[in-house]
Design a protein around this ligand. Structure first.
Ligand code: SF4
Ligand code: FES
Length: 253
């Protein structure tokens, strides 16, 4: 297959970037999108040019590293870039490849963005506190199947950032909602439930993520099928936590 690739090239965070066009031949329809970029990079290296920087790790749709926007939107529905195959395109297509575009995710180089803001959000509340020691007896904490399913569905979030990149407000509500729905539903997440939601939302605001205005673009592009209902749960938990903080401020923080 033959492709014209329009790729965002930016040498570092302090230099303006630009779209650069490349021609690429002999792409196997069975190669993944990242393998296609590998092929381009081999060609660029042979020509003595700087290869295109892009993030990747697992190449199995698990780690969320391969963040990039393809033809204006994150890749195919419920698919990461590494799991997108070139047969999805037509021979001769022009493909436009850009980094995530969101203020909290500044470009480091080419397609690589700094997603440390997500790490800060996780540090704000995306964890539970558990005593160390011997492994607890699994049956000591019974979890109803419906709750376990709900938590596991939310836990599918791989922190890729597609929801933020596609939202016109650069909102991280789907990501935070997924972490909240994952941990706040489980018994292990109950002790920190209210502080978790307060801390994560306040951190989200401080880091410059926007709010949700119910367009649903995040849900449409999420590679793991996280749905807007996690945002509804987040808003409900946040409202309850705020009321409790107002009624008993000394028990919070
Ligand atoms: Fe990625 Fe979906 Fe998680 Fe957003 S909610 S970070 S799009 S997996
Ligand atoms: Fe890990 Fe794509 S490289 S999800």
């Amino acid at each position: 297959m033959h492709f014209t690739l329009n790729i965002w090239r930016q040498p570092n965070p302090n230099t303006n970037g630009e779209m650069v066009s490349y021609q690429l031949d002999q792409v196997s329809p069975d190669s993944s999108f990242l393998e296609m970029l590998d092929l381009l990079n081999e060609k660029l290296l042979e020509q003595g040019e700087d290869p295109v920087a892009f993030d990747h790790d697992c190449r199995e749709g698990i780690c969320g590293s391969c963040a990039m926007t393809i033809n204006g939107i994150p890749p195919q529905k419920e698919t990461t870039a590494c799991q997108l195959y070139m047969r999805h395109f037509n021979d001769g297509d022009t493909i436009t490849i850009e980094p995530w575009r969101a203020k909290p995710f500044p470009v480091i180089k080419d397609l690589v963005v700094d997603r440390a803001a997500f790490d800060e959000l996780i540090q704000a509340g995306g964890f539970i506190t558990a005593r160390t020691g011997s492994a607890p007896e699994a049956n000591e904490t019974p979890i109803p199947k419906a709750v376990a399913d709900e938590a596991m569905d939310a836990a599918a979030c791989i922190a890729c950032g597609a929801c933020v990149a596609t939202c016109k407000n650069a909102s991280a509500m789907l990501f935070v909602g997924a972490k909240n729905a994952h941990l706040n539903r489980l018994p292990q997440g109950q002790p920190e439930k209210e502080q978790r939601v307060l801390n994560m939302i306040e951190t989200m605001d401080r880091l410059g993520f926007g709010n949700c205005s119910n367009f649903g673009e995040c849900q449409a592009v999420c590679p793991k099928g996280i749905t807007l209902d996690v945002i509804a749960k987040l808003n409900r938990d946040y409202a309850i936590a705020q009321v409790r903080r107002f009624l008993s401020p000394k028990t919070q923080r």
